[in-house]
Design a protein around this ligand. Structure first.
Ligand code: EPU
Length: 350
C-alpha cells in the first residue's frame, strides 16, 4: 500500500474531468485499509476532512482538486460462495469492473444480472447508488456486503435492509450527520459485495426497449445471454461510451409526482412521458422534460447535453466540473420554470 501525492484524477472519473488528488491511496486488500489506518500519516491526512472513497468514478463530478485523502479501492476477486436448489450466491471484490463481473456470472451459467449489463463503474460502487436499468435494480439481486468502518477500523457486514436502498439511493450516499442521520458516506469503505441469483431464473422483459427487441427479432423467450446482448445494444445506441465521450450516465433522477401534480403537468404538455408506480405515485421521464425544454445538443462551455439522450450530460473535451454544474443548474431552472419540477442530480459532486 502506497500513498501517492499529486495524482491526476482524469483517468479515474468517467466524465474525464481534469483534476488532481493531493493524496491518494490504492487499496488492493482489506489488510491494506487497516495498515493505512494505523499508519503515522492517517491522523494528519484525515484531520481536516474525512477521506473520499473512489470506486469506478462513474457517478462523480469533480469540481476542483481534491483535498481530502482519496481512497481508491482496487480489491479484486470473484467467486461462487454457494449453490443450492434455490439459487447462486456470488461475491465480487469492490474493485472489480461491474460489466466484466456481470459477463463473468453469465459465462459461468449463473443468470440474473443481465439487465444491468454495460453500466460503467465497479462492483463496490454498485450498491452506493443502487444501480438500475431495464426493469432491474441492484437491490433486487443484492444479498449482503462487507465494509470497513473508517472511523473505527472495524470490519462489518450489511444486509439489504441495512443498506437503506431507494431509487438511486442508499445509506452510502448520506453523510453520518446529514438530514437522514445514520448515513455512511465517508465512513464505510465497501470491500466485497454478494449477490443472490435465484432459481429458477425468470427473465425481466417489461421495459419498452426490450419489448421492442422481442418484436423486431421475433424472439419471444430469450435466454439470459440474449437479454444481455440486447441491453448492451440498446445502451450502445442510446448512451455515450465514456471511453469516447466523458459522461456519468443519467445526470438527474427521474422525479416522482402525485396525481394532482401530474394532471397539472399534462395540462401544460399532454405528451409528457409518465409511468404510474405501484405506490400510486407517478414517475416522470426527466430526459423527456429536459428535451421538451430544448436542451438536447446544447452546451455551456465544454459541457453539453447529449444529442441522443437529454438526461446525459457530456464532456465535449476539456470541460471543468464547474461548467458541468453550471449547465446542470441552467437545466434545473428551465425545467422548474416550465413544469414546476425540481430535478435532483444523480452523481456525487466533490
Ligand atoms: N426521452 C425523451 N427525450 C430524451 C430522453 C428520453 O423523450 O432526450 C423519453 C424516452 O423516449 C422515453 C423516456 O423518456 O420515453 C425514458 O427514457 P429511457 O428509456 O432512455 O430511460 P430514462 O428514464 O431516461 C432510466 C435510467 C437509466 C437506465 C434507463 C433504462 C434514471 C435516472 N435513468 O433512464 O439509468 O439505463 O432508465 O432502464 O433512472 C443511469 O442511472 O446512469 C442510467 C443510465
Amino acid at each position: 500500500m502506497l500513498v501517492e501525492n499529486n495524482v491526476a484524477l482524469q483517468p479515474y472519473n468517467t466524465f474525464g474531468i481534469v483534476a488532481r488528488a493531493q493524496r491518494l491511496a490504492r487499496l488492493r486488500a482489506e489488510a491494506e485499509v487497516l495498515q493505512l489506518m494505523s499508519s503515522a500519516d492517517w491522523a494528519a491526512d484525515t484531520a481536516a476532512a474525512p477521506p473520499f472513497v473512489l470506486g469506478g468514478g462513474s457517478n462523480l463530478v469533480i469540481t476542483g482538486d481534491v483535498k481530502p485523502l482519496v481512497l481508491k479501492v482496487e480489491i479484486a476477486g470473484r467467486r461462487l460462495l454457494e449453490e443450492t436448489a434455490k439459487g447462486w450466491l456470488v461475491e465480487g471484490g469492490a474493485g472489480e469492473n461491474w460489466h466484466a463481473f456481470v459477463a463473468w456470472t453469465l459465462e459461468q451459467g449463473w443468470p440474473g444480472l443481465e439487465n444491468l449489463a454495460l453500466i460503467p463503474g465497479s462492483v463496490g460502487a454498485s450498491p452506493v447508488q443502487n444501480i438500475g436499468a431495464y426493469g432491474v435494480e441492484l437491490q433486487d439481486r443484492f444479498h449482503s456486503l462487507d465494509a470497513i468502518d473508517l472511523y473505527t477500523g472495524k470490519a462489518f457486514s450489511l444486509d439489504a435492509a441495512q443498506c437503506g436502498f431507494g431509487y438511486r439511493d442508499s445509506v452510502f450516499k448520506h453523510a453520518p450527520a446529514g438530514e437522514k442521520g445514520l448515513g455512511l458516506a465517508g465512513r464505510a469503505l465497501i470491500t466485497r459485495v454478494r449477490f443472490w441469483l435465484p432459481k429458477p431464473w425468470k427473465p425481466v422483459l417489461g421495459y419498452l426497449d426490450l419489448e421492442r427487441k422481442m418484436a423486431e427479432t421475433g424472439v419471444s423467450a430469450p435466454d439470459a445471454r440474449q437479454i444481455f446482448d440486447w441491453v448492451v445494444a440498446i445502451r450502445r445506441a442510446k448512451l455515450p461510451d465514456p471511453a469516447v465521450i466523458g459522461n456519468a450516465g443519467s445526470f438527474f433522477k427521474n422525479p416522482t409526482v402525485n396525481e394532482v401534480q401530474c394532471a397539472d403537468i399534462i395540462a401544460r404538455d399532454p405528451k409528457v412521458v409518465h409511468y404510474p408506480m405501484p405506490d400510486g405515485s407517478i414517475k416522470l421521464a426527466a430526459g423527456w422534460l429536459i428535451d421538451a425544454c430544448g436542451w438536447k445538443g446544447k452546451s455551456v462551455g465544454n459541457a453539453g447535453v447529449f444529442e441522443r439522450q437529454a438526461l446525459v450530460l457530456v464532456n465535449r473535451g476539456g470541460a471543468t466540473g464547474g461548467e458541468v454544474m453550471t449547465l446542470a443548474k441552467a437545466i434545473q431552472t428551465s425545467v422548474y420554470e416550465r413544469f414546476g419540477i425540481r430535478l435532483e442530480p444523480e452523481p456525487v459532486v466533490i
